[in-house]
Structures are given as structure tokens and as C-alpha cells.
Design a protein around this ligand. Structure first.
Ligand code: ADP
Length: 470
């Protein structure tokens, strides 16, 4: 099990909860700012209304009326709630409401100066000395030479905002809890497919490759991953199967010559004294022959695996392909005669190629050997070398033997594959695999087709770019 704090589920949860909380804080911050602005605007409006009363009263009843209004208004609203001071532009106070609660609140000279300059109401939020609250102050003219300083306690406003903050803190706790829980749930839900893949991967071993991850078919990323994973398992299990088959075949094919070699050695050992030297010599010759077969098989296997791994060392040089085909054909003529096979050829002259001569000859000999081996007596084998068009050269071996069983067409180029019907004929099952590898190493291909009514045609197709046709 991975460390929980390192899991993607945990990281997603943290991200989810983090984003939720930050968004909530931003939303709260905005709301808080707007609310407090609105509240202050409302207070300012109240203060302006009060100033309006003073203006009316001064107009009707003069300064004395304003003096009385200051006391009455403050008493009506609560003397701790609001105060009024009336002063001349010089700063001299000539009337006020009861100021015992507000005595620490001075007259701000800067504000008075600003009012004198701009002649529009000046507002300020100031802390009230000795009290744990702010007050909103307004300075405004209520007649041409009378300034009203009024202040309103902001305790209610502060209470409202602090209540608001408290509610938000509690809600934020819930938001973090809720977003954490839902983030965890969602990420678990989203990653459950991944857990299934991990689980399957853990249960897979060399001997158990049959397990597959469930595919939902939803076509989402995890479904694609599960599908890819399953196809990868298919390929691995096919590979393991073929490796097993190959090792079984190797074991089987090495066993027979080794058993024969052992038999010869044993026979030599139990021979009675006085036996002819020639008998020993013939046993040694048999042993050498079997050993050569073994070595040949092992070498062939090495060539194929090195070529497949891209490690084969092919010496490419210009060679006369027409001559090579002619030479190989001639070599096989006696074999064809032994079986009374009509062995013909049609070889285009002067085709020079850039290739590994011995390797190409080996591939071609395998095709000829097969054709003569599997074609019954009195059959016909024909060799063709021609320009195959499309920048390719074709080297064909045609026979009128039994052809390839359609079920085996896909398999005959696999290492050690031998058709059931060929088991009685000597062979290793490596010839075609080697020929195909060699053709591919030259940038070409090797394929087979059955003929009508019977027989097989093997075509080695080599790309023209590799060749110079004179
Ligand atoms: P081997 O000939 O040693 O068995 P190859 O790899 O050369 O191995 O050939 C693989 C199989 O393909 C043979 O066992 C045989 O069944 C089939 N095959 C190859 N060439 C021919 C052919 N010309 N006609 C019929 N079957 C063939």
C-alpha cells in the first residue's frame, strides 16, 4: 500500500478543499467589503439628514433653535449614540449636546480646513479614545458661518460585522470538511479504475497471465488505460507462450541428436576387443555428423535471435545476385535428380546487389531445400529471378508439392514450426524463420502463396534501393 499522504487521492482532496476554501474566502472578503461600505453609506446618509434638520431649524429659529435641537436630538437618539457640536469657522464651539461620553473626541483641524476649502461635507471614521469602538464623524456647514460636527457610534455596525465574521468562520470550517470529504469521495471514485489495474497487476505472475482488468466501456481515460493494459497482457501472454513453445522445441530438438551421439559413444564402449578400426571410425564420423547438425541448429538460432534483436552483423557488399542464384541452383541439381524432379530456372542476368552474399545464399538455399524436400518424386520446381516492379526484385521458388495447409500459413515462418504432415521429413523448423529474418535484414520480405491445384510459391522480395540493376 502506498503512503496515504503520497496518494493522488490525498493530493486531489487537498487541492479540492484548498480551492473551495480560497474561493469561499474571496467571496466572503468581497461580500464583507460591500456590506461594510453599504453600512457606512447608510450612516453617512443618516448624518446628512440630521444636518438637514439643523439647517431648517437655524433658518426658522436662528442659532438658539439649533442649540436646543442639538440637546434634544442627542437625548432622543441616546447620548452615547450620537453627539452634535456647533462651531464657528474659527473652530470656537458655541453649543453642543451632552458631551460627557464624547469628551475625548476633539475637533479635527484638517477636516475643518478641508470643509472650508471645498464646502462639501467631510466624513471620517475615527477611534474613540477610552472606548472600544469607532465613530463616524461628519463636518458640514448648516448656515453660512456655522459648522456642525456630529459623530455616530459604530458599535452596532461593528457588532454586525463581527457576527458576520463569526458565521463565516464556522461556515468555512464546514466548507473545508465538506469539500475534503467530497474531494476524497470524488477522487476515490475517479481513481477506482486505477486501483483495479494495480490490483490485477499485483496478482499477475509468470504462471498466471489470464487475469484481466474490468473494462467499463465508458471510453474515459481509465477505460482506455484498462483496455491498453489488457492488450499489453494479451501480447505478454502470447510472448510467454511462444517462449515456452520455443524452449520446449529447443529441448526436444536437442534431445534427439544428443541421444544419438550418446548411443554411438556407448556402442563404441561396449564393442568387443579386436573389432575393426573402420567400425570405430564410422561411429566417430556419425558422432561428428550429429554434432555438426547440433552446432548448425544452435548457430542458426543465434543468427535469428541476433538479427531480431538488431545485433546481427551483416557485411553488405556489391555482389552478383544472378550468379549467386545460378550457382545455388546448380548445387541443388543432383538432389533434384535423385528424386527425378524437373528442376528449372528463369534467371534475369546481371542483377548486382548490395547484400551479405553468404547470408542471402543461406536464405535462398533453405527455400530450394524445402521445395525439393517437400515436392514428391517426378514433381516440378522452378526458380525465378526478375525485376518485381515498384522498385523491388523478386526471387521466387515455385513447386508443385503439397503446398501449405491454409491453417498453418501464418505460422510457418515461426521458429521451430513444422507442419504436422512434415514431421516424418527431417528438419529443424528453423529454415524459413532464418530466411525471413535475412530477407528483412536486407530491407525486404519473404512470403508464401499456395498454387492451384497444388504447390507453394515462396517469394523473397527485396527493395530496389538496395540494388543496382545493370
Ligand atoms: P523444416 O523444413 O526444417 O521443417 P522450415 O522452417 O524450413 O523447417 O519450414 C517450416 C515448415 O513449413 C515445414 O516443416 C513444412 O511443413 C512447411 N514448408 C516449408 N516449405 C514448404 C514447401 N515448399 N512445401 C510444403 N511445405 C513447406
Amino acid at each position: 500500500m502506498p503512503d496515504f499522504f503520497k496518494t493522488i487521492a490525498f493530493k486531489l482532496t487537498v487541492w479540492y478543499a484548498g480551492i473551495f476554501s480560497i474561493s469561499s474566502c474571496v467571496a466572503f472578503g468581497l461580500f464583507y467589503f460591500l456590506t461594510s461600505q453599504t453600512l457606512i453609506a447608510q450612516i453617512d446618509q443618516d448624518l446628512l439628514e440630521k444636518a438637514g434638520y439643523f439647517r431648517t431649524v437655524i433658518r426658522r429659529n436662528g442659532i438658539v433653535g439649533a442649540q436646543n435641537l442639538a440637546v434634544i436630538e442627542a437625548q432622543a437618539a441616546g447620548e452615547k449614540q450620537i453627539f452634535f457640536r456647533l462651531l464657528y469657522p474659527t473652530g470656537e464651539v458655541f453649543a453642543s449636546s451632552h458631551m460627557s461620553y464624547w469628551k475625548e473626541v476633539a475637533i479635527n483641524e484638517q477636516a475643518v480646513k478641508r470643509l472650508m476649502q471645498k464646502r462639501v461635507p467631510v466624513f471620517q471614521t475615527v477611534p474613540v479614545k477610552g472606548q472600544d469602538q469607532n465613530a463616524r464623524m461628519m463636518y458640514t456647514f448648516v448656515s453660512h458661518n456655522v459648522i456642525l460636527q456630529t459623530g455616530l457610534a459604530m458599535a452596532a455596525h461593528a457588532r454586525f460585522l463581527s457576527g458576520f465574521k463569526k458565521i463565516f468562520s464556522i461556515s468555512l470550517g464546514f466548507v473545508i470538511l465538506f469539500s475534503g470529504a467530497s474531494g476524497m469521495f470524488l477522487s476515490r471514485q475517479a481513481l477506482s479504475g486505477m486501483t483495479a489495474i494495480t490490483h490485477t497487476a499485483q496478482t499477475i505472475s509468470g504462471s498466471n497471465l489470464a487475469q484481466r482488468v474490468p473494462e467499463t466501456g465508458h471510453g474515459d481515460e481509465l477505460d482506455v488505460l484498462a483496455h491498453t493494459f489488457n492488450r499489453m497482457l494479451d501480447r505478454i501472454s502470447a510472448l510467454v507462450k511462444s517462449i515456452r513453445e520455443i524452449s520446449d522445441n529447443i529441448a526436444h530438438d536437442l534431445k534427439s541428436p544428443l541421444t544419438r551421439i550418446r548411443g554411438f559413444a556407448e556402442l563404441a564402449l561396449v564393442q568387443e576387443d579386436g573389432n575393426e578400426l573402420d567400425t570405430y571410425k564410422s561411429m566417430a564420423a556419425n558422432t561428428i555428423e550429429e554434432s555438426d547438425r547440433l552446432l548448425d541448429m544452435i548457430n542458426t538460432m543465434l543468427v535469428i535471435s541476433r538479427a531480431e534483436a538488431g545485433e546481427a552483423q551483416f557485411n553488405l557488399e556489391t555482389m552478383d545476385l544472378s550468379q549467386m542464384v545460378e550457382g545455388a541452383w546448380e548445387l541443388f541439381v543432383p538432389l533434384a535428380e535423385d528424386k527425378s524432379i524437373v528442376f528449372t530456372r528463369s534467371v534475369a542476368k546481371g542483377i548486382s546487389v548490395n547484400a551479405d552474399g553468404p547470408m542471402l545464399q543461406r536464405a535462398f538455399s533453405n527455400l530450394l531445400d524445402n521445395a525439393l524436400k517437400y515436392t514428391p518424386e517426378n514433381g516440378h520446381v522452378h526458380v525465378v529471378l526478375e525485376n518485381g516492379g515498384d522498385d523491388f526484385v523478386n526471387l521466387r521458388v515455385e513447386d508443385d508439392g503439397p503446398g501449405i495447409d491454409p491453417d498453418s500459413l501464418d505460422q510457418i515462418f515461426q521458429r521451430f514450426f513444422r507442419a504436422e504432415s512434415s514431421r516424418t521429413t527431417p528438419g529443424t523448423g528453423l529454415g524459413l524463420s532464418l530466411a525471413k529474418t535475412i530477407a528483412e535484414q536486407h530491407g525486404g520480405s519473404l512470403f508464401v502463396e499456395n498454387r492451384n491445384p497444388s504447390g507453394a510459391v515462396f517469394t523473397m522480395r527485396l527493395p530496389y534501393r538496395n540494388f543496382t540493376i545493370i
